[in-house]
Structure formats: C-alpha cells, structure tokens
Design a protein around this ligand. Structure first.
Ligand code: NAD
Ligand code: DAU
Length: 368
C-alpha cells in the first residue's frame, strides 16, 4: 500500500490530521478513488517521540486499524529515521513534530533548538538520502511537507497589513526563532538538493485534543475546575484563530496540489483579542455548564505579561485560496462550539493529560 510518514502525529494537530486522513472526509478523495478505479487511502506511519505533548489516547480510535502504524521515535535519531524510510517507502512526509509552546520556550529553549532545528535537519537528511535513491518517477512525485507557523513573521501593529508569504521573517521568541530556522533549512534543501518540499505557515489552531497549556483548552479546563483564568498583560494581544479541521483540510490540499518549493499561509480570517476569546468562552460555558452562582467571567485574572509577547498576528490567506481553492469552513463561533462540546464530552482525556508533569508546569508558569 502507498503510505505517508507523519511526524508528531500524537500531538494536537498531527492527531487530528491522522484521524481526518484515515477518515477520508473529503470529496477530493472520492475523486481520486474514482480516477484510479479503487479506493486509495495511503497508510500512515506515525512517528512520535511522545513528549509531554504527545498522547496515544488521542489515537485510540485507530487501535485496530491496519492502515495506521504508530512508532515511538525521535526525529533526531538518524538511524531510526533511515530504518523507517527503508522499511515503509513513503511517498510523502508530513512534518508536524516540534516543541510548540512559546511559554515553555521562554523557560527552557534547549529542547526547541534540539527538535525544531536539529530534529528537522536530521529528518531532512534522512529524507534526502531516501529520496535520492528512488526511481526517477517516484522522485518527482515525492513530497516533504513542513508544517510551520505565522509566528516566524514577528509582530504586527494594529493597522499593519496581515502577513503574506512575502513578509520578511522577524521571529521574536525562542520557539518562533527555532521554527524560522527550520523553515530556512527546508527551503535550502529544495534549492540546493532539489528535494520537493512545501511549507505551510499557519495561525493559532484550536479544537479537539489540544493540550491544555494553550489558551483555549487551558481556559476551558481552568474554568470548569473553578480556578483563576490567567490573561497575560492587558488582554489586548490579537491572534487569528483557525479550527484544526480546517487546517487539516488545508494541509491535504497543499500536499495534493501545492506547487513544489512554495510556501502557503493558512489562516482563519478570525482576528480576536485574547480577552474577547476568554469572554466568549466564559459566556458559552455559562450557557452550557452554568456555575452555581454568577458567571465564569468572575474567574478572569490579569497576570504578568509574557516576556517579548507579540502584539498581533494576522494572516493573508489569499494565495492558498487562489491557487488551491482552500478556505476555512468554520467560523469562530461554530468552531468554538464544537471545541467546547468536545472538552465537555471528554473529561477522561483531559484528566489523563493533567498528570503530575502538567501540574508541575502549571506551578512553574502561574504560581506567582
Ligand atoms: P503539539 O505540541 O501538540 O505536538 C507536537 C508533537 O510532536 C507531540 O506529539 C510530540 O510528542 C511530538 N514531538 C516533539 N518532539 C519530537 C521529536 N524530537 N521527535 C518526534 N516527535 C516529537 O504541537 P501542535 O500544536 O500539534 O503543532 C504541530 C506543528 O504545527 C508544530 O510544528 C507547530 O510548530 C505547528 N503549528 C502549530 C500551531 C498551533 O496553533 N498549535 C499553529 C501553526 C503551526
Ligand atoms: O500563531 C501560531 C502559534 O500559535 C503556534 O505556532 C504555536 O505552536 C501555538 O502555541 C500558538 O502560539 P501562541 O503563543 O499564540 O498560543 P498560546 O495559546 O500560548 O497563547 C495565545 C495567546 O493567549 C497569546 O497572546 C498569549 C495569551 N495567553 C496564553 C496563555 C497560555 C494568556 O493570556 N494566558 C495564558 O495562560
């Protein structure tokens, strides 16, 4: 069977991507099936180190699915990567694996340098060795899709135009600097060696299976636990929010039809201040799971700002729409409703990820 190799597929976006991919929710797949005359779904080789952010529980639904193979491995382990390429002969790599949380990168940047830069380098080298040995037609069809972030472009002022693919890189946190470096490596492997790469730079995702250290699931979990809702600074920082299912659809479109060597910005056309997001969450929870008295808004607390906190991100997603016909299907309201419903329906998943390690992080970040 044809297969794709997914890295970081036990994390938030990776797990959603793998579940979507094997669920084949797309009309595009039906068209592909019709074209080849039989159902085609690439199997998935899912490589994940299972850091604190990786969760096998998110992939429970695939336990008995022969199309999914989970391998616990570090993308920085060259021998393991070589072995996996040799054994499975993938037609594409979709590279999600990364350290992804800005606050953690401020407390401890080393893991970000190791995985996001060193790990991506090792993965690129293993991919190159495999790709260079492929027969010519397979080399042409091969793809390396690198999943990156809008944070590489830095911070916008209130009236600045949104980030376009041509915006200069200006990363401000250890996380975004490490992702920017990885983007540059991917670009160089294309220009120097001809590796057929694609890169996506996406805005803030939210949805099921997101680790509750990021704004939206953190606020949901803390609200329900009766804990303070910590809003950094003045709460006026702006992010562009994209439902994770829409991001997965964008990735499938780029993988199938993206132009080799190009980058595509992916965004939700949903700019919101953080305090607006938290207010909307509180109001939704007031309706769905009312407190004994008063509103969840009473739990909001303004806390010390994140060092170097980027003020505003906004994405110009016209290129991917123009070239590949992708636009987000969810509005912030519909996406948030689905997300809150998912967290209310999955208390065991939430309880499981809130392990001792999670409590240690909460103490480190929010104790003061
Ligand atoms: P996540 O932290 O939820 O998941 C990352 C996954 O990578 C985890 O399963 C972890 O175990 C795995 N991993 C970490 N180091 C590894 C290593 N050395 N080898 C193998 N696996 C390793 O992250 P996410 O939010 O799902 O983000 C996925 C990707 O998308 C990242 O590259 C991130 O930079 C990018 N991105 C995220 C967002 C967002 O809003 N979450 C937006 C744009 C881009
Ligand atoms: O823009 C894409 C990026 O979005 C991704 O590349 C990152 O992997 C992802 O983590 C996310 O980065 P942010 O730093 O924007 O996400 P986070 O959820 O950590 O924070 C969102 C905003 O909310 C940010 O302005 C900081 C603020 N915030 C966050 C937390 C955790 C708070 O006010 N309080 C909090 O407790």
């Amino acid at each position: 069977m044809p297969c794709i190799l997914v890295t970081g597929g036990a994390g938030f976006i990776g797990a959603n991507f793998v579940l979507d991919w094997l669920g084949r929710p797309d009309a595009a797949w039906d068209a592909l099936d019709a074209a080849v005359g039989s159902p085609v779904t690439d199997h998935v080789i899912n490589i994940d180190k299972l850091t604190y952010a990786g969760n096998r529980l998110s992939l429970d639904a695939l336990d008995d699915d022969p199309r999914h193979r989970f391998v616990r491995a570090d993308i920085g382990d060259r021998a393991a990567m070589d072995h996996l390429f040799e054994r499975h002969q993938p037609r594409a790599v979709v590279h999600f694996a990364a350290e992804s949380h800005v606050d953690r990168s401020i407390h401890g940047p080393a893991a970000f340098i190791d995985t996001n830069i060193g790990g991506t380098f090792t993965l690129l080298e293993a991919t190159r060795a495999y790709w260079q040995a492929l027969p010519i037609p397979d080399r042409a069809a091969f793809r390396f899709l690198h999943i990156s972030t809008d944070e590489v472009y830095g911070s916008l002022g209130p009236t600045d135009a949104p980030f376009a693919e041509t915006t200069a890189y200006a990363p401000n946190s250890p996380y975004s600097a490490s992702k920017a470096a990885s983007d540059h490596l991917v670009r160089a492997w294309h220009h120097t060696y001809g590796l057929p790469v694609l890169t996506t730079n996406c805005s803030n995702n939210y949805g099921p299976y997101q680790f509750p250290e990021k704004l939206i699931p953190l606020m949901i979990a803390r609200a329900l636990a009766g804990e303070p809702l910590p809003v950094y600074g003045d709460g006026q920082n702006v992010r562009d929010w994209l439902y994770v299912g829409d991001h997965c659809a964008a990735i499938r479109a780029v993988l199938a039809r993206g132009r080799v060597g190009e980058t595509y910005n992916v965004g939700g056309w949903n700019e919101k201040t953080n305090i607006d997001v938290v207010h909307t969450l509180c109001d939704s929870l007031d309706a769905l799971r009312p407190r004994a008295t008063g509103s969840y808004r009473q739990q909001i607390q303004y806390v010390k700002d994140r060092p170097g906190h980027d003020r505003r991100y906004a994405i110009d997603a016209r290129k991917i729409e123009r070239e590949l016909g992708w636009r987000p299907a969810e509005t912030f309201e519909t996406g948030l409703r689905k997300t809150i419903a998912w967290y209310l329906d999955h208390p065991l998943w939430v309880r499981d990820v809130m392990s001792g390690a999670y409590r240690h992080w909460m103490g480190l970040q929010y104790a003061a």
